[in-house]
Design a protein around this ligand. Structure first.
Ligand code: NAP
Length: 366
């Protein structure tokens, strides 16, 4: 299938439109002149609709709201929203960020990734006009346990599947503890999110092949950048907020980061819809573009300290030293799509300032 030509190709739809990534995808599309069918779980939520309506007012594109329950995707919940659409950006997933709906069980999480994605794709097929679907996958479908066949500091690319080749994931995710007990971890109970993303991507590419729709995936790692409203105070941006507020919920082992700006993910998604190089099965890592976006926990704390010199960053937290990095670059998105990524300092500064401006945190002053 050819790429869509741009806003003149017809309306486009975004699922999960009120979420952190989804709202930025909507914003990018509207700023570039698209008519966007913004699919939300509940259009009566005033705070979420306020930032979407502000995007609509600014234009030059426009937004039309549709209420669609992802868990009813298989029953055609998105049929009406997708009528006449040229492309669909499937961003929605129940990853437990909206506490009013509780935390999904592993089964519900997996269902929301695989069966719901299948339902979304079926609505695309029924519409008859959708040429391209841009699916928000995750680096969970790319990275994974490196050892034994990946060296320390291995740099992941779009060719990797959950840390290993797809055929051997069951083997790769089998572990043995010191007592000699063996655990099978590549199943819905233990790896619902990563398995759901891998299986949804694989299903999508087969569906695309059979039905003549390009399914293209974007695989983000640690997403940061400006929040549009308090509902976006979730996931990694929430952890940054805690640090600016003088605390953290990280254990001493800390974590290696690989940071992508939410505005860059939105840009990758729009460019992937119109790229003549992207095709069914194309994947784009939405990750750091240089080593500064791959900080260790201590380096992240140091950078936050430089950006917010009056704040007591993460209180007395001292992470263990790390001599590895979480290595992956968005080189393919830069070379094939023409992405011009944000500098990680701007990403961290804009994350922090939006958390403060929205009143999500009370900064811990020195
Ligand atoms: N954030 C990251 O670091 C990261 C990294 C890799 C991949 N991703 C992927 O990116 C996508 C978006 O994540 P995000 O960080 O933007 O999280 P988010 O803010 O929680 O966005 C998820 C969206 O899905 C919607 N949704 C959930 N259950 C639904 C249902 N039953 N019916 C309709 N809509 C439903 C939510 O609607 P409400 O607004 O009503 O809650 C929300 O808009 C997900 O697929 C996630 O797996 C995120």
């Amino acid at each position: 299938m050819p790429a869509i030509s741009g806003p003149d190709a017809g309306a486009v739809a975004v699922t999960g439109a009120s979420g952190f990534i989804g709202a930025h995808v909507v914003k990018n599309l509207v700023e570039n002149g698209y008519q966007v069918r913004a699919c939300v779980r509940d259009s009566s939520l005033t705070e979420k609709m306020a930032y979407l309506m502000a995007i609509d007012e600014k234009g030059p594109g426009s937004i039309e709201l549709f209420s669609c329950d992802l868990m009813r995707a298989a029953e055609g919940a998105y049929d009406e929203a997708f009528i006449g659409c040229a492309a669909v950006f499937h961003v929605a997933a129940d990853i437990g960020t909206n506490k009013t709906y509780g935390s999904p069980s592993p089964e519900v999480m997996y269902e929301g990734l695989l069966a719901a994605t299948a339902g979304v794709l079926e609505s695309c097929r029924k519409a008859g006009t959708v040429k391209r679907v841009v699916y928000t996958s995750s680096t969970a479908a790319v990275m994974g346990p490196g050892l034994p066949d990946r060296p320390v500091d291995f740099e992941y690319t779009e060719d990797d599947w959950a840390g290993g080749s797809y055929e051997t994931l069951e083997q790769r995710y089998t572990s043995t503890n010191r007592k000699g007990e063996t655990f099978m971890n590549w199943n819905i109970q233990r790896s619902s999110y990563a398995k759901g993303k891998v299986d949804a991507e694989k299903f999508g590419y087969e569906f695309g092949e059979t039905n003549g729709i390009d399914v293209v995936s974007v695989c983000p790692c640690h997403v940061l950048g400006p929040l549009m409203g308090k509902p976006h105070d979730t996931v990694w941006q929430h952890r940054i907020g805690l640090m600016l507020a003088g605390t953290t919920d990280f254990p001493s082992a800390g974590m290696n980061w690989n940071i992508i700006d939410v505005r860059d993910i939105a840009e990758i998604q729009r460019l992937a819809a119109t790229s003549h190089l992207a095709t069914n099965g194309s994947r784009y890592m939405a990750v750091a573009h240089e080593e500064s976006g791959e900080p260790t926990m201590q380096e992240l704390l140091d950078t936050l300290g430089e950006l917010f010199p009056n704040f007591n960053i993460a209180g007395d937290y001292v992470p263990d030293q790390s001599d590895t990095r979480l290595r992956a670059k968005c080189t393919k998105a830069i070379n094939e799509l023409g992405l011009k990524p944000h500098n990680v300092l701007d990403t961290l500064r804009d994350t922090g300032n939006s958390l403060i401006d929205l009143g999500c945190i009370e900064p811990a002053l020195k």
